[in-house]
Design a protein around this ligand. Structure first.
Ligand code: BG6
Length: 490
């Protein structure tokens, strides 16, 4: 256990993320004895709560079973709470003193991690306020800053935010979260590619026809209509999560498995993306919005009827795009990405479509045409890997049929699949930024998608296609893939 004693300060502690994700992830780490003995969490937000009240609130998402109760009881006293007007610099001496007291009481060295789980408008305010009481730097202990998404709303705001953060913290103190990188199956992509002799030699334009990445959700915007209507699928999922997946699929082997070596390779992928011209947006990018429909006989609201959403909104709840990576490995290979809310199922997967054999020995019937090999990396749920290949149908002749070789993480008995937040929090505690986004890559990803945002803004004629809730998005999406079709996992 390389985790040094420290205090984790969570700003926005009365919010949803804290109780749904962060505290349960910390509890899981605690249960596995991955947290140092000297450790505390200080929840900070405007709401007036005592330590005790905060602890009670946090139990909602902790295990209720009898067998876990003793661990829950040991864990809860590690949680503290400090009400604070986080946007008011004059209040920060209170925070500094409270931290010093908790550190002293529990004999914790003054190592602090500040987690910004607040509304984004505070992302630059809090670091400045921390700096005003010298909580941003120390010669004795570490100071780290975790920043939740969204990191900016466009290229200009992301640059501005980076600049402000870098004014108070150094790049190696800043941990920009993209929780997709914390997913076990996303990290496994590196192992699949770089620990096996059989995949990497064919992982290029000579053998790969096209690459498809889907992140589908069956839920709609739920209670987040207000936020989502300002954001849309592009800002909510594409610029961050899907681009990071593209980075993992497409990068070159890093020199070593270390933060900068890996992040350099991701950056290179982003640098190689063929820029999309505003004029090409209408043909290369499809946006859609779910409309009212019946799912299993039940009437489901359309996006514009959701709470917090403008009834005339043109915000996209579906996004699909075709693009290219102009480098040696991927020359000429189309990449397709797709994401949306209220699709038929929840699934995130990467599909590598391999080229067909140069010559069709076994006839030209529909059945034998389908034998193009696919490697499907299922990110979630049912994490695993599926390889599709052609096999002879037993009996007379040479009929070919596609069969599966399928691995499920579930088959690994007793393996604990850590949640993304569990992994990411532990990494930050250990000073490992490998699975966090670096400032330059975040900006590069924004720079890449900016012409799309601009085209939508400047050209209201670019359609927002409707799609009935519970379907795979606008029908035109099918035409995006030349000579092929999307996979429709169920
Ligand atoms: C979040 C988005 O970042 O990712 C949500 O804001 C989305 O809108 C979520 O639902 C998806 O995450 P996951 O881990 O469920 O795929």
């Amino acid at each position: 256990n390389h985790t040094k004693p420290h205090i984790l300060v969570i700003f926005g502690a009365s919010g949803d993320l804290t109780k749904r994700k962060l505290i349960p992830a910390l509890f899981d780490l605690y249960k596995q004895k991955l947290l140092p003995a000297q450790f505390a969490v200080l929840g900070v937000s405007r709401t007036e709560l005592s330590d005790e009240e905060f602890r009670n609130r946090m139990t909602e998402f902790l295990p209720e079973e009898e067998t876990h109760q003793s661990v829950v009881e040991e864990f809860l006293p590690k949680l503290y709470y400090q009400p604070l007007a986080t946007d008011d610099g004059y209040e920060y001496p209170i925070l500094r003193d409270r931290l010093a007291t908790i550190a002293k009481q529990n004999v914790i060295a003054e190592n602090y991690i500040f987690y910004l789980s607040t509304p984004p408008k505070l992302y630059d305010v809090i670091p400045a306020n921390l700096a005003s009481v010298e909580l941003n730097k120390s010669d004795d202990g570490f100071r780290r800053l975790i920043v939740e998404k969204p990191f900016g709303t466009d290229l200009a705001s992301a640059k501005k935010l980076n600049k402000k953060l870098l004014h108070y913290f150094d790049e190696d103190q800043i941990y920009r979260i993209d929780h997709y990188l914390g997913k076990e199956s996303v990290q496994n992509m590196l192992v699949t590619r770089f620990a096996n002799g059989i995949f990497e030699p064919i992982w290029n334009h000579n053998f790969i026809q096209h690459v498809e990445i889907t992140s589908a959700e069956s839920l709609g915007v739920e209670e987040r209509g207000g936020y989502y209507d300002q954001s849309g699928a592009m800002r909510d999922m594409v610029q961050n999560h899907l681009m990071q997946l593209v980075g993992m699929v497409a990068m070159e082997p890093p020199v070593v498995i270390e933060a900068d070596a890996i992040r350099n390779e991701v950056l290179k992928v982003f640098q190689s993306l063929r820029p999309i011209k505003e004029d090409d947006v209408a043909s290369q990018v499809i946006r859609g919005q779910y409309t009212e429909s019946h799912i299993k006989k039940e009437l489901v609201k359309g996006y514009r009827q959701e709470k917090g959403v403008n009834p005339e909104s043109r915000t996209e709840t579906f996004f699909a795009m075709k693009f290219f990576i102009d480098n040696w490995r991927w020359s000429g290979v189309p990449f397709y990405i797709r994401t949306g809310k209220k699709l038929p199922t929840r699934v995130t997967e990467v599909v590598i479509h391999f080229k067909k054999t140069p010559h069709h020995l076994f006839g030209t019937s529909q059945a034998s045409q389908q034998t193009s090999n696919q490697l499907i990396i299922r990110i979630q749920p049912d994490e695993g890997i599926l390889l599709k290949f052609g096999m002879k149908v037993p009996g007379a002749g040479f009929r070919v049929q596609t069969v599966n070789m399928d691995f499920h993480y579930d088959d690994l008995a007793d393996t604990h699949l850590p949640s993304a937040y569990e992994r990411l929090l532990l990494d930050c505690m250990q000073g490992d930024a490998t699975l966090y986004s670096r400032g330059d890559a975040v900006e590069k990803a924004w720079a890449y998608v900016q012409p799309i945002l601009d085209a939508w803004q400047n050209n209201p004629d670019i359609p927002v296609y409707g799609y009935p809730a519970g379907t795979w998005g606008p029908e035109v999406t099918d035409k995006l893939i030349e000579g092929g079709s999307w996979r429709y996992p169920c």
